[in-house]
Each structure stands twice: as structure tokens, then as C-alpha cells.
Design a protein around this ligand. Structure first.
Ligand code: FAD
Length: 318
């Protein structure tokens, strides 16, 4: 079923969804199941699986020189989606990115998804490759998520890259996109960022999942700004609990989001790792309760492999 159909069916009550990362290459599917098994009692109608592009590494050669090579450390997104659907009977939402994909790679990936009866995708640009300053599109690939959304929407109309294909199978993808309550870091301002978000909706995207945020007001202001800009699709808040002291620096650096002073202060005051986890859990519970009371369509938890923490939060909220 489509993600947006779940929202419609829920008739205003707040759903829960989870997001998992493929294990590092060499890992097993058990890692995913171990994360999800303890969370399935909360009945998520869909589970997202992230996509990780190749990255550069340097390998030392017998000559002593280093050779730059690229590897994908976390492959397996599509297989994991199929395994999740098979094991739990819920929908899986693969993330699909522009980075590393030609248009034909994208088309072929969408054909695989369609054949597997996976009818939801989160369409993203992806970030710059590690050690590359800015995002570089693949030759004959997409530069922005907007172009990826357009390609998916075209396939939903039976349009394939090969112009000779007549009466091509019409796919039926429900398309999610990313949204940034604190603005995408490359956008000059929120107005400009929302212009492109609106363009993705006009091109066929059906709903938005937000970047994590730790101050609900940022989400509420974002939803208001979206509505004023004519963006009327469901906007799902993405939530991640802070659990470690180093995240006070790493989360703002990696995800370009602010951490409220109160949260940072409590985190620094906590004396033990357990006490710090507790601070993060309490904060996320309060955020979740307020968002649920505001009637958000769904709460989307970034698990990052930590089901225990997420479980405690969801138990306290539902
Ligand atoms: P875009 O919509 O392409 O926007 C990128 C920037 O360009 C923005 O500043 C925007 O304002 C601007 N812009 C957009 N369209 C145009 C245009 N046509 N012309 C000029 N400027 C434009 N990354 C992964 O690699 N794998 C994942 O699984 C993944 N999952 C994510 C899930 C969520 C919920 C979120 C919020 C992010 C996720 N990301 C993931 C990270 C995401 O790929 C990055 O944030 C990336 O930098 C931007 O992606 P986007 O789809 O928002 O890009």
C-alpha cells in the first residue's frame, strides 16, 4: 500500500515508522532483524531503508604508494526492503538517490522495485562523496532530486528512457522527498529552499519526511511556511534521540541542525553514558508527545541500529 494511503486510512491519528541503515558490507540481515524485531509490536505500516553511495578509500600497494579506489560500504538496500516485506508483511520504503546513478541505472532500479511490488520510494539527491567538496552528478545522471522525482513520475505514466517503448508498464510509485525545517545547508534561504520543494511536489512527489530536529518550533514553523508556499502534502517529522556527548558536535556538523541550549546543557551535566542516554530519551519523549498532540501524520524515528532507545521512547508515547 502507498505511504500516503496509510495516512488517509489513519484519519488523523499519528502513525509510527522507523528507518534502518543497511549493515556494513560483510554483516548479515540479522542485524536489521535484531533492530526491527523489538519494534514491530508498535505496528509501523512502513519502514524506510537508507541508501549509501560508494565512497573513496586509499589502499596501500606493495610499492608503498596508495591507490584511490571506491567501494560501497553499505550495499543491499533493495534486498533488505524485500526481506523486510517478506518477514513482517509491512511496506518497505527504499531511499533512492541521484549520486552514483545514471538515468538508466535509476530506471533499472525502479523496474526491480516495481517487480518486487515495492511501491514507495524516498527520492533524494544524496550528499557529496566523502572527500569531495560538493555534490557531483553522474555523467548522464541527475543533479537534483527534482529530476529524479520527474523520472519516477514519468514511469508512473509509462514513460521510459527508450523512446521506442510503446505502452510501457505504468509503475505506481508513491514518492516521498526530504524536507528541512532548518533549511537545507546549501540553500541561500528558506524561501529558495521551499521553491524547489514545491517544484518537487508539482512534479509528482506525494509527501515529505523531514531532517531530524530537536526543537519542535522549527517543525511547526516549517509546516506553516510550506502551507504558505502552497505545499499541501503530509509532512512527517523525522526524530532522532541524542545519546552520546560527542553528538553535541557531530550532529550539527553532519546534519546542519541546531541543538537547543537546554538539551546541550543537560547532556553536559550528565555524568555517565547511561545518564546521557536518559537525557536524550526524555527529550525525544517530550518532542514526540507534543508532535502527537499536534496531530502530525506519522512520527518517523531514525533508529541507527539502536532499537532499545527507540523502544523506550515509543513505549512512553503510545
Ligand atoms: P535536492 O532537493 O536536490 O536539494 C539540494 C539543494 O539544492 C537544496 O539546497 C535545494 O534548495 C537546492 N535545489 C533543489 N533543486 C534545485 C534545482 N532544480 N536547481 C537549483 N537548486 C536546487 N542521503 C543519502 O545519501 N542516503 C539516504 O538514504 C538519505 N536519506 C535521507 C532521508 C531524509 C528524511 C533526509 C532529510 C535526508 C536524507 N539524505 C540521504 C540526505 C540528503 O540526500 C541530503 O540532505 C542532500 O544534501 C540533499 O538531498 P535532497 O533530496 O533534499 O536534494
Amino acid at each position: 500500500m502507498k505511504v500516503t494511503s496509510y495516512f488517509e486510512k489513519a484519519k488523523g491519528s499519528t502513525l509510527i515508522s522507523f528507518e534502518v541503515l543497511p549493515p556494513l558490507k560483510g554483516g548479515s540481515m540479522e542485524a536489521i532483524f535484531n533492530t526491527l524485531d523489538p519494534l514491530m509490536e508498535f505496528k509501523p505500516p512502513f519502514i524506510d531503508v537508507t541508501y549509501h553511495r560508494e565512497e573513496y578509500i586509499y589502499v596501500k600497494k606493495p610499492s608503498g604508494y596508495y591507490e584511490k579506489t571506491s567501494i560501497r560500504k553499505r550495499p543491499g538496500t533493495v534486498g533488505i526492503c524485500a526481506a523486510i516485506m517478506h518477514r513482517y508483511g509491512v511496506d518497505a520504503v527504499p531511499h533512492l538517490i541521484c549520486g552514483g546513478f545514471t538515468k538508466e541505472d535509476t530506471e533499472n532500479a525502479l523496474i526491480d522495485l516495481n517487480f518486487l511490488n515495492i511501491n514507495n520510494v524516498l527520492a533524494l539527491r544524496g550528499d557529496a562523496r566523502k572527500f569531495e567538496g560538493k555534490f557531483v552528478q553522474e555523467e548522464d545522471g541527475h543533479a537534483y532530486a527534482l529530476d529524479l522525482v520527474k523520472q519516477i513520475a514519468r514511469m508512473n505514466e509509462g514513460g521510459y528512457l527508450d523512446q521506442n517503448i510503446e505502452n510501457g508498464e505504468k509503475t505506481d510509485f508513491c514518492i516521498g522527498i526530504a524536507g528541512y525545517p532548518e533549511k537545507h545547508f546549501e540553500a541561500p534561504n528558506m524561501e529558495n529552499d521551499l521553491k524547489w520543494t514545491k517544484a518537487k511536489i508539482d512534479a509528482g512527489a506525494d509527501y515529505i519526511v523531514t531532517q531530524m530536529f530537536f526543537n519542535n518550533q522549527a517543525y511547526f514553523d516549517y509546516v506553516k511556511a510550506c502551507r504558505e508556499a502552497g505545499i499541501n502534502v503530509p509532512i512527517v517529522p523525522g526524530l532522532k534521540p541524542l545519546t552520546k556527548k560527542y553528538q553535541l558536535n557531530s550532529i550539527p556538523r553532519i546534519f546542519h541542525v541546531d541543538l537547543p541550549e537546554d538539551l546541550a546543557r543537560e547532556m553536559l551535566k550528565a555524568k555517565t553514558p547511561d545518564a546521557r542516554i536518559q537525557v536524550g530519551i526524555e527529550w525525544c519523549i517530550q518532542q514526540s508527545k507534543e508532535l502527537k498532540a499536534a496531530g502530525v501524520p506519522c512520527m518517523h524515528y531514525y533508529t541507527m541500529g539502536d532499537s532499545e532507545t527507540i523502544r523506550k521512547i515509543v513505549e512512553a508515547v503510545y
